[in-house]
Write a protein that binds this ligand. Structure first.
Ligand SMILES: [Zn+2]
Ligand SMILES: [Zn+2]
Length: 451
């Protein structure tokens, strides 16, 4: 068998620390590619036998690919296999979220089921010797934007339209579509709008995680301890010690606040991010329990997820299957339902209140709302172009007719004549019509002068 001739060659190194560091998933794929082996072959014949599994059956089903970057157990299987096969000099634990997962008292960190990428980061990688690689931070379920380029991460190939893709697939190289092998880099992707509270929150979440990856996090106290200190400080500093007010601001009920204050439960990572955003407290200071930062806190419009609770705190949420909802969202994102152009319509189709939808799926909803907004803008632009094209055709004819009939050419007469041709006047295009009219007039004048 080919792979019995270990060690495998190690691919060129890319960043192994900081926010732009490579993910273990990416290194594993590059290692396979560099040795002309498919991911499936290496998983099936090398990784699984080590862990005692039946290679063939486990190749596809056995390894939880979406957990490869989480750190601790699922990652360590791959790490020990790579170490055995390559005599690798690197600390591969650094390519996982092991450090975050290891913070005492912290909640489990949410890993994305499907891969996401920044087309602009891939484009930047073209200039480097090692080539494209996937960033560790992209594998978090709540990270939906690139912290460097501030654009939405992408999960579908723009050439063949396929996706989203699982974390590890048979033939799989970072930067290329696993379905059609096309290059996934793209420089023309737009930034997320910061005018939009959804967009601001998404960027905040991504850059908070980026900061955590940039700074060493050793010697952190227990999260429950730090979070409780911060809550007490907020309580004193902003809510005059009244727990109800703090509970209202965070839109959790008082008993939840109480368990946090008494260190009986860990806040989820999403709660940490929400609190961080709402009071503009750096998330690493919350983790350190540094209450000095509370003094400089400022209140922001709460993130969309919290807004929902604010406006409707008592309503009991209907039980809905989040998987079913997110499949529907994905269909809208894929353009399978062209009639659905706003989040309100998405919610109506699902029989939900729009706020309820963004409470149930905060990240996916925020992402879809950005995408739909982009589509609406593009559609608006197209309509405007079409409208202008018909003005270009009709205005000269209208002017000619008015001149021939001896009618004075001014705004009202032009508008009336256009209306007869089925073109309603639009206030926003009045200037453009005026330009076209004067262009036509001077054209006809010059004809007259030359005859
Ligand atoms: Zn990027
Ligand atoms: Zn493709």
């Amino acid at each position: 068998m080919v792979m019995n001739r270990a060690p495998l060659l190690f691919p060129p190194a890319v960043l192994q620390s900081g926010a732009q560091r490579e993910g273990l998933n990416s290194l594993f794929k590059r290692l396979c590619g560099f040795n002309y082996l498919s991911v499936n072959a290496v998983l099936g014949q090398l990784v699984m036998p080590i862990t005692g599994g039946d290679g063939r059956r486990l190749t596809r089903m056995g390894y939880p690919g979406e957990l490869i970057n989480r750190g601790m157990e699922p990652s360590s299987r791959i790490i020990s296999a790579i170490a055995r096969l390559t005599a690798c000099p690197l600390n591969l634990e650094a390519l996982t979220f092991g450090e975050l997962a290891g913070i005492p008292g912290s909640s489990a960190i949410g890993m994305a089921m499907y891969r996401k990428w920044c087309p602009r980061c891939f484009e930047d990688d073209l200039a480097t010797e090692a080539g494209a690689y996937e960033r560790l931070i992209w594998s978090l379920s709540s990270v939906e934007t690139c912290h460097t380029h501030e654009c939405l991460l992408v999960n579908k190939c723009r050439h063949c339209g396929k996706g989203p893709f699982r974390m590890l697939l048979g033939r799989d190289l970072p930067g290329f579509c696993p379905a059609c092998q096309a290059w996934l880099g793209d420089e023309s992707v737009d930034r997320v709008s910061k005018q939009d509270p959804n967009g601001r929150f998404l960027i905040w979440v991504a850059s908070s995680y980026a900061t955590l990856l940039n700074d060493p996090l050793d010697d952190l106290p227990d999260v429950r301890e730090s979070f409780s200190r911060i809550l007490y400080a907020l309580l004193d500093h902003r809510f005059e010690g009244v727990q109800v007010h703090l509970a209202n601001a965070l839109q959790r009920n008082r008993s939840v606040i109480n368990t946090w204050l008494h260190k009986r439960a860990s806040p989820s990572w999403m709660v940490l991010m929400e609190l961080s955003y709402m009071f503009q407290l750096p998330v690493e200071e919350i983790l350190r329990g540094n209450i000095d930062c509370v003094e400089f806190s400022s209140e922001q419009v709460p993130p969309p997820t919290t807004l929902v609770r604010l406006s409707n705190p008592r309503k009991k949420p209907k039980k809905r299957d989040p998987d079913e909802l997110s499949r529907f969202l994905l269909r809208v994102e894929n353009g399978e339902l062209p009639g659905v152009t706003t989040m309100r319509e998405v919610a109506v189709r699902l029989g939900l209140d729009p706020r309820e939808l963004s409470r149930l799926l905060p990240v996916e909803s925020a992402r879809l709302s950005q995408i739909l907004k982009g589509r609406r803008q593009a559609a608006g632009q197209l309509k405007r172009q079409e409208y202008r094209a018909s003005l270009q055709r009709h205005v000269p004819m209208v002017v000619r007719r008015l001149l021939d009939d001896g009618i004075t050419v001014h705004r009202r007469s032009v508008d009336q004549a256009l209306a007869k041709s089925g073109i309603k006047s639009r206030r926003s295009e009045a200037r453009y019509v005026k330009e076209l009219v004067s262009e036509a007039m001077s054209f006809f004048d010059s004809l007259e002068a030359s005859s």
